[in-house]
Design a protein around this ligand. Structure first.
Ligand code: NAP
Length: 280
């Protein structure tokens, strides 16, 4: 276990209401670990776009779960992560756990900036989260019965359950043995995008179609649906990099960090379907 002095300190969870952050906050609270939710509406607030909010959010904090918003791929993200990490260390934070991507340029730059701070770091490189299908931009298309996405039929992805990411992050925030570790966290199976949607359709008990589209078609679709232009650009930039096939391999991060295998996508689909979230 972690030493007593650090055990008593507050864990600041940036993005603490998001897909990974919310699960981390719940787990830390269940263990009786002091937690602060780092979001613009938190108390005190934390806003990546307003450095004036950072010092108060770091007050009395021993470890931080760092998740950048909206994505490490956006210009200026690595600089912001570096500035934040330096400030955290200067204010007495010892440990930083970063949620990162899998080798994309922005993700690598963010990792480097965080490591340069001199903090005890753990980096969690995450595959595409299964919860993007139930807590993010795939939810409405799934409910509507058709998912159009710029991933080819033959492209595969090892979707990771956000519960597994949260377990890894909590271990890194509360136990020794994870400092200096780079965990490639993926699910246990490579799935095609049509296959992932088909497994959700089976679990939900209703027909849902997967339609591969070009990046240009996808971008036009988002624009037609009134998605703001800068968000469309961010998504198309991210998907250009992420959907090029470089993620089609299985990582051993969950097994290495937790000593158990990651959850399978079919388990995620079954449990999530039972909540009714994908009902028409
Ligand atoms: N999704 C994936 O498949 C995936 C895979 C690998 C890496 N990542 C990385 O994960 C990160 C996103 O994490 P996530 O998916 O867990 O989060 P998420 O579900 O997208 O949630 C975003 C969080 O950020 C908060 N937030 C919004 N605006 C903010 C601001 N201006 N300053 C600070 N916080 C703000 C939100 O708070 P409110 O609730 O108050 O809005 C929320 O807690 C990105 O850096 C991305 O690169 C994602």
């Amino acid at each position: 276990m972690i030493d007593n002095a650090h055990e008593q300190t507050t864990r600041l969870v940036l993005g603490g209401t998001g897909k990974t952050g919310r699960r981390i906050v719940e787990r830390l609270q269940a263990r009786g670990v002091p937690v602060r939710v780092g979001t613009p509406s938190g108390t005190p607030p934390f806003d990546w776009t307003d450095e004036a909010t950072w010092p108060a959010a770091l007050d009395g904090v021993g470890s931080v779960y760092v998740t950048y918003y909206p994505d490490l791929a956006v210009p200026g993200a690595a600089e912001a992560v570096g500035t934040f990490a330096d400030l955290a260390v200067a204010r007495g934070v010892r440990r930083l756990v970063l949620l990162s991507g899998r080798g994309e340029a922005g993700a690598l730059a963010g990792e480097q900036a965080l490591r340069k701070s001199g903090a005890d770091w753990t980096i969690v490189r995450s595959a595409f989260m299964a919860q993007n299908f139930s807590e993010s931009f795939f939810l409405e298309p799934l409910r509507a019965g058709e998912v159009a996405f710029p991933a080819d039929q033959d492209l595969t992805e090892p979707f990771i359950d956000a519960d597994d990411i949260a377990d890894v992050a909590v271990a890194a925030l509360t136990e020794d043995g994870h400092v200096g570790q780079l965990y490639e966290v993926t699910g246990p199976r490579l799935l095609g995008w049509a296959q992932a949607v088909a497994e959700i359709a089976t679990a939900a008990g209703r027909p849902i179609r997967y339609v591969p589209v070009s990046l240009e078609e996808y971008s036009s679709m988002l624009t037609e649906n009134q998605v703001p232009a800068d968000y469309v650009k961010m998504l198309t930039d991210v998907f250009t990099e992420v959907l090029d096939g470089h993620n089609a391999w299985l990582g051993d991060g969950v097994q290495r960090a937790l000593g158990r295998p990651p959850r399978d996508f079919a388990d995620y689909a079954r449990d999530t379907a039972a909540t009714g979230v994908w009902d028409a």
